[in-house]
Design a protein around this ligand. Structure first.
Ligand code: BLA
Length: 492
């Protein structure tokens, strides 16, 4: 990560987005204390401070407030307008949020059921994402529906992009981790769906009888006002409103679904709830698709490992058994070259640096497995010894100085970013960038990622040690037998 991005990450993470002290302008918030008195209000309902919820005159709402939690919103008339009231508890307050029904009438909730069914019939991640993005755009009418996937280092990638024909494509573009900072990701783990109804309407401050309104936790509030940084970002992108959903797999935020529009657009509560269910289903499906692929790969690797090691017992020449047969270690551990050092003797296959250099590398790496897919960055000293090698995997065998060593060359590839992430268009290096035109950067000095190959090679080495051990024991037994037979023969 470059220093600017690290600075941005730290800076953006500081914003207290759970406690902004204000709500979005399209609704009203009332907070009741334990005695049922309205002790917190958004400024647009200041008349209600000190009153009771009963005065609103809706029994269903009163009941929801008493029980503290209503799964479905309660339909009320608020200041003459048909509205949804949503109730939840936060820090000893019962929070009632009131949202006038959006214009454009009711959306068909059953459409989401159809989408869930069609999503469940897909058979690959790519098909699932495309289907879901298209279905959600169809249902919500937003201009664009994107799906992001987060990589292990936190940066994101747009992996589906269903959009109006006149919008520029974002599919395949990457964006830096600071675009969606850590505290936002933490919040999105528990608050699955979020609305940003307008980038222009100023937030409505909260007023409180008792406390500083900036202490009120709006983590679960539908109306929580939005980070000014992010509003700036949206304006720069030409987005007037968004609705976004978390993809949570195994307790981790692995991606998001974002609906965006050039006009102000918001969805009714029940449709949002239904889409949250859809997002949960998509996350489960993604998990199971990946898990099935992982297990299939595991079974395949085990079978190939057994096949590779079987001839070992019958052969006098271990190196040839590993490197000279129809299947070799390189079929199990994909690399450009391999050096096998067993019993102090080395044999190589494929593209391998001079033995003297590799021996020096082994000395420096020591007795624990070592993997790098960018030696130049991780271990420049080793990179200097191994010109042309970008990826290195060393798995020592027992503690004899023997090892399996794999080499990979550079795989030069281009990453297209959603605007220059290096801050070229952020004068202070901190504020959201203003251009999102695809910005290409070539990645050098890196090999393909080792990924699961590291663990697989450690297991291979372990089984190889066992095989060598058994082989040695068999040899000893054979010698003992021969001695005994010779003894018998001589006695005769
Ligand atoms: C939040 N940033 C977000 C969100 C998205 C993005 C989707 C979540 C908003 C939501 O849940 O609705 C980013 N939007 C994108 C990306 C695309 C898009 C990548 O359309 C791609 C097409 N952001 C910055 C910088 C800062 C920053 C420099 O770029 C901080 C200095 C902050 N982004 C920021 C914050 C949030 C955010 C604080 C949380 C917003 C909130 O929920 O209050």
């Amino acid at each position: 990560l470059d220093p600017d991005e690290l600075r941005r990450l730290a800076e953006c993470a500081k914003e207290p987005i759970r406690t902004p002290g204000s709500i979005q302008a399209h609704g009203t918030l009332l907070g009741l204390d334990l005695s049922g008195v309205i002790s917190v209000v958004s400024e647009n309902a200041s008349d209600w401070l000190g009153q009771r919820v009963g005065d609103i005159g809706n029994e269903e709402l009163e009941f929801a407030v008493r029980t503290g939690r209503a799964v479905d919103p309660v339909r009320i008339v608020w200041q003459g307008v048909e509205s949804d009231a949503i109730v939840h508890r936060a820090d000893g307050l019962t929070i009632v949020e009131i949202e006038p029904l959006p214009e454009g009438g009711e959306y068909a909730r059953t459409a989401v059921v159809g989408a869930i069914i069609r999503a469940s019939r897909t058979t690959s991640e790519a098909e699932l994402r495309e289907t879901v993005a298209a279905e959600i755009r169809e249902i919500t009418g937003f201009d664009r529906v994107m799906i992001y996937r987060f990589h292990d280092d936190g940066h994101g990638e747009v992996v589906a992009d269903d959009r109006a024909a006149d919008l520029e494509p974002y599919l395949g573009l990457h964006f830096p981790a600071s675009d969606i900072p850590v505290q936002a990701r933490a919040l999105y783990l528990s608050k699955i769906g979020r609305t940003i109804a307008s980038t222009e309407a100023p937030g409505i401050p909260l007023l409180s009888l008792a406390d500083d309104p900036r202490k009120i936790d709006l983590s679960d509030a539908e109306l929580r006002s939005v980070s000014p940084y992010h509003l700036q970002y949206m304006r720069s992108m030409g987005q007037a409103s968004t609705f976004s959903l978390s993809l949570v797999e195994d307790g981790r935020l692995t991606g998001m679904i974002t609906c965006a529009d050039r006009r102000e657009r918001r969805l009714p509560v029940l449709l949002r709830r239904a889409l949250e269910v859809l997002a949960g289903q998509v996350a489960l499906q993604l998990t199971s698709m990946r898990e099935i692929a992982r297990l299939q790969h595991l079974v395949d690797v085990r079978a190939r490992r057994a096949e590779l090691l079987a001839p070992l017992y019958a052969s006098d020449d271990i190196h040839s058994a590993l490197l000279g047969g129809a299947a070799t270690v390189l079929d199990l551990v994909p690399a450009d070259g391999v050096l096998v050092r067993i019993g102090g003797t080395s044999r190589m296959q494929g593209e391998v640096p001079p033995l003297t250099a590799v021996v020096r590398v082994l000395d420096r790496v020591g007795g624990a497995p070592f993997a790098s897919e960018c030696l130049r960055a991780d271990r420049p000293d080793l990179a200097d010894l191994l010109p042309g090698v970008a990826g290195l995997l060393v798995v020592p065998l027992a503690d004899t100085g023997d090892a399996l060593v794999f080499f990979r060359g550079e795989v030069e590839h281009e990453i297209a970013w959603l605007g220059d992430p290096g801050g070229g268009n952020r004068p202070d290096g901190l504020s959201p960038r203003t251009s999102f035109a695809a910005w290409k950067r070539t990645v050098r000095d890196r090999s393909a990622a080792w990924g699961t190959v590291i663990d697989e090679t450690v297991e291979l080495a372990h089984e190889l040690e066992i095989a060598l051990q058994r082989r040695a024991e068999a040899r000893l037994a054979e010698l003992a037998m021969r001695d005994a037979l010779t003894g018998l023969y001589n006695r005769r």
